[in-house]
Design a protein around this ligand. Structure first.
Ligand code: BGC
Length: 378
């Protein structure tokens, strides 16, 4: 009798577990509908702000707001199958309005610094807004990270978002009406693809990028100094005390800037006063889309590959993060709790004739692509 009871109970429990498993499987299958959804996030400058959630076929997600075009999260599974965000950010609009240091944002017109906030083009000297001492940084006082972009969705079953912004002639001191379009796509192999397009009616410097801060472990209390980085760059551009490149293109070999083979970020860190905040001159020879860097983290088992059409990569170890802002889960974002790998042209190119040109002329079409692709390490 007792044995019969045990068999019966075990059977029922087994059935329950199987049906639970099936239902959660079904639930999982039912929930994973690739596409994009939109929720209201508030109003800024009289324009509506939204949060868009892009979901791919695996159920991984990216959230993006049209305020500053900021990526607010990118959730992928770790080696135990737990999803967490590898990009830092906030869950509401309010903290973004407090001017965080460009978390996840689109940067323009000019990513990074232009020395003395001025440049001369075709005989005219343009004075830009100085917002970093005497220099201009990331577009000036109100760069592309602080404006509301027009958002559109081609189809709600495709995880792709298009953002547009018209930067008017004279904005922040830059010449020309510049029409910018950015397409964000979440691919089924966990690639966050960012495609930039622009056209102008007057020649202007242009250097668009995205300023996402990553912590691959998904937990900003783990320092990024323990993550491992490879950058396919034999050279970098050394900087002066205000972080303006000196103009030299210097070999990384034998210096702390050598990431040509995967290296723990913290390994040579003490030899870089203030931390890494430098542009790397990528080895790629043309504007084709190529893999240029790889970041990996042993805690989560995640690896992120970076592909780009751009000639440079700004590697920044979050040296100025001061704990003022709290990440999604409420954890303070302190020094080295996240890092940025910004694909771009070199800082201060408008004043450095030996750097690749960043001038976009009327009639030309600006086009750049970057993909941040996340996978589990083998
Ligand atoms: C710059 C840093 C700056 C950071 C946030 C990076 O791209 O290189 O110097 O502090 O952005 O503003």
């Amino acid at each position: 009798m007792k044995i019969l009871k045990i068999i019966l109970v075990t059977g029922i429990v087994g059935l329950l577990i199987t049906s639970c498993n099936n239902s959660s499987e079904n639930e999982k299958k039912a929930v994973i509908k690739p596409g994009i959804t939109k929720t209201d996030w508030g109003v800024f400058d009289g324009k509506k702000v939204y949060l868009f959630t892009l979901v791919n076929a695996k159920g991984d997600t990216v959230t993006i707001t049209n305020y500053g075009g900021a990526v607010t999260s990118f959730k992928t599974p770790d080696k135990n199958g737990n999803r967490s965000s590898i990009i830092v950010g906030f869950d509401s609009l309010q903290p973004y309005l407090q001017h965080p240091p460009y978390f996840g944002a689109l940067i323009g017109r000019y990513g990074n610094r232009i020395g003395d906030a001025k440049f001369t083009l075709d005989g005219t000297t343009y004075q830009l807004s100085a917002n970093d001492g005497k220099n201009t940084l990331h577009g000036g006082l109100k760069g592309f990270d602080k404006v509301v972009w027009d958002a559109s969705i081609a189809s709600d079953t495709v995880p792709e978002l298009t953002l547009k912004y018209l930067s008017k002639d004279g904005e922040e001191g830059y010449p020309g009406n510049l029409n910018v379009t950015v397409h964000y796509t979440l691919t089924n192999d966990d690639g966050l693809k960012i495609e930039y397009e622009a056209e102008t009616d007057k020649a202007t410097p242009l250097n668009l990028t995205n300023h996402s801060y990553f912590n691959l472990s998904g937990n900003v209390s783990n320092t990024i100094l323990n993550e491992t980085l490879m950058i396919d760059a034999d050279h970098y551009t050394p900087v002066d005390s205000t972080l303006i490149p000196t103009g030299e293109i210097k070999a990384v070999k034998g210096t702390p800037f050598d990431f040509t083979s995967p290296k723990k970020i913290g390994r040579d860190f003490s030899a870089v006063p203030g931390g890494y905040d430098h542009n790397f001159v990528l080895n790629k020879k043309d504007s084709s889309l190529e893999k240029v860097a790889e970041l990996s983290d042993s805690i989560s088992g995640r690896t992120m590959e970076i592909y780009t059409t751009q000639p440079g990569l700004q590697f920044y170890t979050g040296n100025f993060l001061d704990g003022k802002f709290l990440n999604h889960g409420g954890e303070p974002l302190i020094q080295h709790s996240a890092l940025a790998l910004e694909t771009q042209h070199f800082p201060d190119s408008p004043n450095k004739p030996n750097f690749p040109s960043t001038i976009l002329k009327p009639g030309e079409k600006y086009h750049q692509v970057t993909i941040y692709k996340v996978k589990l390490s083998r």
